[in-house]
Design a protein around this ligand. Structure first.
Ligand code: SAM
Length: 297
């Protein structure tokens, strides 16, 4: 097994604290960090199990790429749950992420793969890629939502377009916001994960503060640990860590516009993780964009 920086070029990592700054709202104290995933990394794999799209996302990308031949890059590879399965199938994969702690978990996992599997992992910013000749660029699990302005999303589209070989595909997903659900759950803590391990009870809660006018939400993730003392059955004061970040959703029309401006052709637009067609009732939007042949780098 090899985990290497390969041909990845280190990019200067931006301080995105400004973009992540939270507005005054349902939370009084928030920890806003330059990259929330640095703080979320230890609990990431547990946290996401509370998301209904957690498993379907993996199945979709593994299924869609089953016959793929060529170089695959996963943007925002996180702890590697998709890239590692691709590498296990001997596909040629590079995972990139801005978060060193997330990559560190991915590297530990990748070391458990057999020597015949190759997965390159490198720290890189999606806003400054500088890659070339990629055949498939995937951006799973709504990572596009971390780019909270139209300009940032356009930059990501341009960077990915420039990274692809002519004919290469850019595949990504996001949800279609359910505004009725959002209004009902605005500022309401939602349990994402609970675990009793020995004397410790771990709970992870999400709270979303929606900004409907700007298609944004401030997400606060609370990681709460209650420790039960061994002598008595009383609980110690719980430890609580809050990680906050701003996230965006985007309208399908914006994706079409971004694709057109960047130069992508829309090859497929699915409305669910089973590759059903997109329609007005769809809860997901999954896009396959293709860099046309004949537009060289
Ligand atoms: C929602 S997680 C998805 C992780 C993984 N793809 C999965 O399916 O579990 C988003 C990932 O994108 C990464 N990320 C966020 N902004 C980034 C940026 N500007 N450049 C590179 N990675 C970024 C985060 O560090 C995080 O690991």
């Amino acid at each position: 097994m090899r985990t290497s920086r390969g041909d990845c070029r280190a990019s200067r990592l931006p301080d995105r604290a400004g973009a992540l700054a939270s507005s005054a709202g349902c939370r009084r104290s928030r920890l806003t960090v330059s990259n929330p995933y640095d703080d979320l990394a230890p609990e990431y794999d547990k946290w996401i199990t509370g998301d209904p799209a957690c498993v379907p996302t993996v199945k979709f990308y593994l299924g869609w790429l089953a016959q793929a031949v060529g170089r695959i890059v996963e943007g925002g590879v996180g702890t590697g749950r998709i890239a590692i399965e691709l590498a296990r199938r001997n596909q040629l994969v590079t995972g990139i992420d801005i978060s060193a702690p997330m990559l560190s978990i991915a590297r530990d996992r990748a070391r458990l793969l057999g020597p015949e599997c190759t997965l390159s992992l490198c720290q890189m910013d999606l806003l400054r890629l500088g890659l070339r000749s990629v055949d498939f660029f995937i951006l799973p699990f709504r990572t596009i939502g971390h780019f909270v302005s139209h300009d940032e999303r356009l930059q990501v589209f341009n960077q990915i377009f420039g990274s692809l070989a002519p004919g290469g595909r850019f595949v990504f997903d996001h949800y279609v916001p359910d505004l009725a659900w959002a209004r009902e759950n605005h500022c309401r803590p939602l349990r994402m994960f609970t675990e009793e391990a020995g004397a410790v009870r771990l709970e992870i809660w999400d709270t979303y503060e929606f900004d409907f006018a700007r298609s944004l939400l401030n997400c606060a993730v609370d990681v709460v640990r209650n420790r039960r003392s061994s002598e008595a059955s009383e609980l110690h004061e719980p430890s609580r860590r809050t990680v906050a970040f701003t996230f965006s959703w985007l309208a399908p029309d914006e994706v079409r516009e971004l694709a057109a401006v960047t130069g992508f052709d829309v090859e497929a637009h699915y409305g669910d993780f089973n590759e059903g067609p997109f329609n007005a009732q769809s809860e997901q939007q999954i896009w396959v964009l293709r860099r046309p042949l004949g537009r060289g780098p």
